[in-house]
Write a protein that binds this ligand. Sequence first.
Ligand code: URA
Length: 187
Amino acid sequence: MLTWEELENKCRNCYRCSLGQTRTNLVFGVGNKQSDILFVGEGPGYYEDMQGEPFVGAAGKLLDKMLASINLDRTQVYIANVVKCRPPQNRDPLPDEQKACLDYLRIQFLLIKPKIIVCLGRIAAQAIISPDFRITKSRGIWFNKKGIDIIATYHPSALLRDESKKRPAWEDLKSIKKKYEEVRNLQ
Ligand code: URA
């Protein structure tokens, strides 16, 4: 099993897919490596690529508010993405790019050992829950894989584009808060 340092070095030197050639910075992940809860987005955008940190642009500001609404902040959770390098023009990461990068995310899962994973949007849900996952149909539903409770909700960018998604996203956040309190109380 790799250490955090070994994993991050591997990612920093990764050219498994072509995104490695166009990245400015690797966006490895941030937060509490002992957290019970892990949030997974899609992939870095322009600002994330510039700063080497996930969710620092407009979607990130909203993610911070979503976390605050359930009494959490970035120091208490871990935040990562399905792909760690920016897809050009912010297009969806291609299946091969996701496949190349998912091994790294899986090692992050093994190192963090979260009790809860929150998939932010369709790409994360399809990569982590099921390839045919439909976000409108199955967001807000809890799944369990290898003892980890997993849920998907709308990606903050989708909430910025479509106000009508905010209410269901709030329902998901309340469910996430409840589950988080449950797993914390079991310790
Ligand atoms: N959107 C994502 O999915 N991840 C980020 O890090 C930023 C925006």
